[in-house]
Design a protein around this ligand. Structure first.
Ligand code: A2P
Length: 269
């Protein structure tokens, strides 16, 4: 009788860690989150992204994903769209606990507090999966030492795409050590564009009309006080960039801090 050959162990290319999926949550038919184990040597700063993916036909198939989890968490969490014919996400959307995912060993990115000049209010403007890096930043205690106030604005098409809404409004304020740190400092401003919702419209419109400021009881954007991080689609980034620059904001980078920073919410396939 032939012995059954053991399944060959997948060879993980040296640029990646092979990590085990521990949790998967589907928000909608277009959006899901997952967690995986984290190699102790994988270090990142809140706001960074890494190349994430799967081995496909013996080769890594990866895309840039911002880390959702804060640097102090034991595991890593990511937020992804699902595209039925997208090379990566058509596969990644089917992962289950126990599966192996690839995590690039070199996280990077510009959405870092050190790329911004000191200020008092930090605005985190996201559309869709652009919320991901901000989920990490709002759980980084250092952010609350740098800023008196942190405002997360998340715009999506439909209410159910407001991923992490219950977590931000319910669990996070009760968190054993963050709860106290962010009390009175973290403001959450969700808006929806294609369904009825208390706050409707694109963030660009809500800024232009001044509604976001009157709703939150905050003064209009000023380069003196406000710092902005921007993460959305190419079109959203371009529109908000133009609005900010018209108000005197200057883009910061890893070489020179500025009054705003921007990154594309990467994965579209
Ligand atoms: P809208 O429904 O008016 O297009 P998407 O799912 O296409 O990435 O969009 C996510 C959210 O971003 C939607 O609410 C969408 O609004 C909004 N959005 C799309 N383009 C822009 C833009 N140029 N500026 C601001 N918001 C935008």
């Amino acid at each position: 009788m032939d012995a059954i050959a053991p399944r060959p162990l997948q060879t993980i290319p040296p640029a990646f860690f092979g990590e085990r999926v521990t949790w998967v949550h589907h928000w909608t038919d277009r959006l899901f989150s997952f967690r995986c184990t984290r190699d102790p040597s994988f270090r990142f700063v809140a706001g960074q992204f890494a190349m994430i993916g799967l081995m496909v036909d013996g080769k890594p198939l990866v895309r840039a994903y911002s880390v959702v989890s804060p640097p102090w968490e034991e595991e890593l969490e990511f937020l992804s769209i699902k595209v039925q014919n997208g090379p990566l996400t058509s596969r990644l959307q089917h992962i289950q606990p126990g599966d192996t995912v690839l995590i690039g060993k070199k996280p990077t990115g510009t959405l870092l507090t050190e790329n911004l000049l000191p200020g008092s209010t930090l605005w985190l403007l996201a559309t869709g999966t652009g919320l991901a890096p901000f989920m990490s930043l709002i759980r980084e205690p250092d952010v609350y030492e740098r800023y008196e106030r942190v405002v997360v604005c998340h715009t999506v098409r439909e209410v159910k795409e407001l991923a992490y809404r219950d977590y931000i409004t319910g669990e996070l304020p009760q968190h054993e050590f963050l709860g106290e740190i962010l009390a009175g400092k973290l403001l959450y401003y969700p808006s929806v564009t294609r369904e009825p919702f208390p706050t409707q419209g694109r963030i660009t419109t809500l800024i232009e009309s001044g509604q976001v400021f009157s709703d939150l009881g905050l003064p209009p954007l000023s380069t003196e006080r406000d710092r902005v991080m921007l993460c959305g689609s190419e079109a959203m980034n371009a529109d908000v960039k133009a609005m900010l620059e018209a108000r005197g904001f200057v883009e910061g980078s890893n070489n020179a801090p500025g009054t705003y920073v921007v990154e594309k919410a990467f994965v579209t396939k």
